[in-house]
Write a protein that binds this ligand. Sequence first.
Ligand SMILES: NC(=O)c1ccc[n+]([C@@H]2O[C@H](COP(=O)([O-])OP(=O)(O)OC[C@H]3O[C@@H](n4cnc5c(N)ncnc54)[C@H](OP(=O)(O)O)[C@@H]3O)[C@@H](O)[C@H]2O)c1
Length: 407
Amino acid sequence: MPATFRVGLLGHGTVGAAFAALLEQRADAIAATTGLRPELAGVLTRSRGDFAEILDGSDLVVELIGGIEPAREHVLAAMRAGRHVVSANKMLLAQHGEELWGTAREHGVQLRFEGAVAGVVPIIRVLQESLAAAHVERIHGIVNGTTNFILSEMERTGAPYADALAQAQALGYAEADPTDDVTGRDAAAKMAILARLAFSTPVHLDQVPYEGIEHITADDMAYARELGLALKLVGSAERVDGGISVRVHPAFLYAGHPLASIGGPFNAVTVESAAITEITMSGPGAGGPQTASAVLGDVISAMIPPASTPETTASLPIVEDVRSSFYLHLEVADRPGVLAQVCELLGLQGASVKSVVQKGLGENARLVMVVHPLPESRFFAAVRLIGRLDFVRATPRAIRVIEEEFV
Ligand SMILES: NC(=O)c1ccc[n+]([C@@H]2O[C@H](COP(=O)([O-])OP(=O)(O)OC[C@H]3O[C@@H](n4cnc5c(N)ncnc54)[C@H](OP(=O)(O)O)[C@@H]3O)[C@@H](O)[C@H]2O)c1
């Protein structure tokens, strides 16, 4: 009989229950490959289990409670007691990562967290191990399945945002309270973690500006199609002027971009570096069984060789004013000279127009354009002035466009 490897499980909800079931199902196969048979040493929820007892009887602790406390206290206590920890808790890592990784290093234990970012897509392992030698320049990610599903539905059916959100909730892709997802906060936490790993510099959730998808309209989708663009909630982490920029916002992508075709609740991450050019990985971004599979993969890795998140080696500044290309949607009165005046104000700030679509007549015309990259502060200065022109009928709407094209 192989020796037993005891796993303490904190949390038995969507992911925790799926993990417990998968552990039992895969125990024999894991014993055959590792020589150790994993077994649940105890389960903690709000109504059952005792943390101290579970810790005492475990070789490794899996944290699937979510949120900050008591998850943080339990993870720290487990590592201080010499236990490896596996967690899928992005909010905890994006806000207390340095404390947790430091504690793991100090106590010589592993803290693994593949399930925290992009579900089953193995981006954490790839950044920490496979790409450890690559100097990563940029990461783009669709790292929230709920918003990707909503945007895909809006594009597919022409439905407004509220209807697509209701559909996502009915199908279980969005929670009853979808705030963290639709505001971009969930994606921002994941991008903070990816940036920390890619650039070896501390990145806290508070340093990641995020914009959600609540203001996207069916109109945007229709114009995007005409301009050959796909709208996604994109997380970006990149080196800029000796610092880094990490952020989340809706962005238009040209059809050739590897993220443009990622539809439904899927996630995908593109990593760029001179050494590797570009790689993209995609797959289911959430779900109990899917995330449980990533968590159990981490448990198996922890049963074999050691791995840890090294100390940060840089302290890069966060760059706020980056260059972006924009889609600009204006509701205008259709009079002679409208386009010329808009272009003049853009031109004064150094913006040049790449493409324009003009629709409608009289007082209800639409002017939709894409402008080439320029510093964001200059673009928004132009938009503020454009918003004050007397023929502009509503607040101008601007969405970033990711200009890169891949072959
Ligand atoms: N759901 C997904 O698809 C997904 C995907 C990727 C990552 N994650 C991450 O995985 C983690 C778990 O998510 P989930 O969706 O499985 O959450 P969930 O369904 O809400 O389950 C949470 C579990 O934690 C327990 N719990 C909550 N507060 C506790 C406390 N104070 N003490 C002890 N136990 C407590 C709950 O106990 P009761 O059973 O008593 O309520 C429940 O069993 C989160 O960090 C989440 O971000 C989830």
